[in-house]
Design a protein around this ligand. Sequence first.
Ligand SMILES: Cc1cc2nc3c(=O)[nH]c(=O)nc-3n(C[C@H](O)[C@H](O)[C@H](O)COP(=O)(O)OP(=O)(O)OC[C@H]3O[C@@H](n4cnc5c(N)ncnc54)[C@H](O)[C@@H]3O)c2cc1C
Length: 383
Amino acid sequence: MTGALTAQQEQARKEFRAFADRHIAPHADAWHRAQRTPPEIIRLLADEGLLGLSVPSAYGGGGCDAVTLGLLAAELGRACSSVRSLLTVHTMVAHAIARWGSRELKETWLPRLARGERIAALAVSEPGAGSDAAGVTTRLVRDGDDWVADGHKKWITYGETADLFLVVGRSEEGPTALLVERDTPGLRTELIEDMIGIRASMTANVYLEGCRIPGGNLLARPGLGVSHVVGAALDLGRYTVGWGCVGILDACLEASVDYAGRREQFGSLIKDHQLVRRLISDMYTHARAARLLCLEAGRLRDARDPGALAATSTAKYFAATTAGRAAADAVQLHGANGCSSDYPVQRLLGDSRVMEIIEGSAQLHQVGLAEYAFQERAPRSSR
Ligand SMILES: Cc1cc2nc3c(=O)[nH]c(=O)nc-3n(C[C@H](O)[C@H](O)[C@H](O)COP(=O)(O)OP(=O)(O)OC[C@H]3O[C@@H](n4cnc5c(N)ncnc54)[C@H](O)[C@@H]3O)c2cc1C
């Protein structure tokens, strides 16, 4: 990446890599098997200021630029996609509060989220509402100054341990976003086990039964919960997931180069078989291209360029789909060893499957990107 980053960004990247190599990567397979992220590593991330890196400095966060946040997501993603997903959901909620919260909500929550004293989760999806987030059915009814919530949220990353949930339900005005604290009477979580990927991310069902939520916990106006609040959060989520996929690509490449340089068949190292080299060359190309697309998205975000939305979607779509292919190829290249839990590529394959589903599935990005293409390159007849 020489020349592509400022000296400060390059220094930050080296520190993130050293942290992830020391504290996360060596344990990722064990956490994957145990389906748990130890609280100690979450505490360490918090103490290092990494969970609050992108929270505005006025609220005690690191106030970092988008590129630096992306570099952190890539290094965490290279080491362990579950830990990267913690960064993603936590920063999504912090970002939504910074953008749409009242002054009181910002002052109450952002310093705690910045310090990682409290962990936040995003609770939008339901058994019947996924890609179409505006289809949520969790009932939100006003009662005096409060709201009362009843519903079932599903697939909530770190839902089993989070302290604060950004819940989107349906009020009279339409989708509406509220902050709900874990100790709210009527809120219950239930771990979802045996997922294909990000297995350490303690994904949960979240049940809300007659939960009474103070009116002051509202984010944006009722009815704007998906179009504005989730919209802003998802855009940032896509960005960090895209970078996380750059990390998966790097991890696939490293594992494959290492294995191909040691495994012998037919009297030579498999790295000398041309078809194996082709798998490696595609991984190498895709890792570089995905990194450049994510970098472009980061730069546009930092410049507040309106093109950042399309660039973020392009980067996430490309990085997620190529990470999926790289992980499948990495398993192929490892043969039977790739199918076992003795090598990290099995974990990378499961994690990469999830990346093409979350923060906008590959199909939703395809639909949206075609729309950008039609807007940017108007057909000749309408010129
Ligand atoms: C591991 C994991 C963690 C998650 N974490 C969270 C979380 O923290 N918070 C949260 O709220 N949610 C979370 N989710 C849920 C995630 O946001 C949804 O899975 C995602 O939005 C897709 O919804 P769905 O799974 O219901 O699939 P559906 O929306 O039912 O889609 C099924 C298929 O149909 C395709 N499809 C749907 N609509 C269209 C269309 N218009 N055009 C073309 N194809 C279409 C999709 O691409 C997909 O292939 C998580 C999911 C997973 C797997």
